[in-house]
Design a protein around this ligand. Sequence first.
Ligand code: DX5
Ligand code: ZN
Length: 220
Amino acid sequence: MTTYRIAPSILSADFARLGEEVRNVVAAGADIIHFDVMDNHYVPNLTIGPLVCQAIRPHVDVPIDVHLMVKPVDRIIPDFAKAGANIITFHPEASEHVDRSLQLIRDHGCKAGLVFNPHTPLHYLEHVMDKIDMILIMSVNPGFGGQSFIPQALKKIEQARRMIDESGRDIMLEVDGGIKADNIAAAAAAGADTFVAGSAIFGKPDYKAVIDAMRAELAT
Ligand code: DX5
Ligand code: ZN
C-alpha cells in the first residue's frame, strides 16, 4: 500500500508568525514541511534561506524538504544541511554537474532529488537514478504560489512512476503546484505519493479540515 505524504509549502504561510504557522500545520497532520528557496535569478522571486530553515527547525519534528530554485546550487547545499534540512532537491538545468550536486547533498546526510519544470524532460534521471531519493514534478512554472495546476504534469508523473518502478528503488514521487483537494486524487492515480500544497492550506482558516479533505480523496 502506498504511503501518501502531505507537504504544506510555507511559501503561503504568514512569515511574521512562521514558528506558530509550522507548528499549527504539523499539528493539523502535515507529514513534511516544504521549503521553497528562490533567488531572483533562476526564478523571478526571492524568498528564504538557511537562516529561516534553522529558525523553524526546533518547531517541527517532521522532515524539512528544501526545494532549491537557485543557480548555482552547490554552494548553498552545506548551509541547508547544517540548518536542519532532511531532503534537498534542485533543478537539473541549474547545476553544471548534476551527479556531483546529488552526491554533495547525500554527503551532507540529506536525501537528494531532482525537480522537473513543465518543459523539462525526465531524461536527466537516466544515469543518476542510484543517487536519487525524490523526484519532484512541477505542475506549475516555479516562482510563485497560488498558480493553477497544469494538467500535462499528470503524464510526466506517470512517466516518472514507470521509471521508479523499473528501477526497483525506494524513491518518493512528489508533485508541486496548484494541488488542492479536487485534483490530488488525479495526481495520486498518476503515481505521485507526496503532495505539496501551499495556498490550498495556508490560505484557509482551518488547516486540519483541508489536510483531512485531501487525505479523504487519497483514501477513495
Ligand atoms: C512554486 C513553489 C511551490 C508553491 C506551491 O514555485 O515551488 O512549492 O509554493 O504553492 P501552491 O500550492 O499555492 O501552488
Ligand atoms: Zn516548491
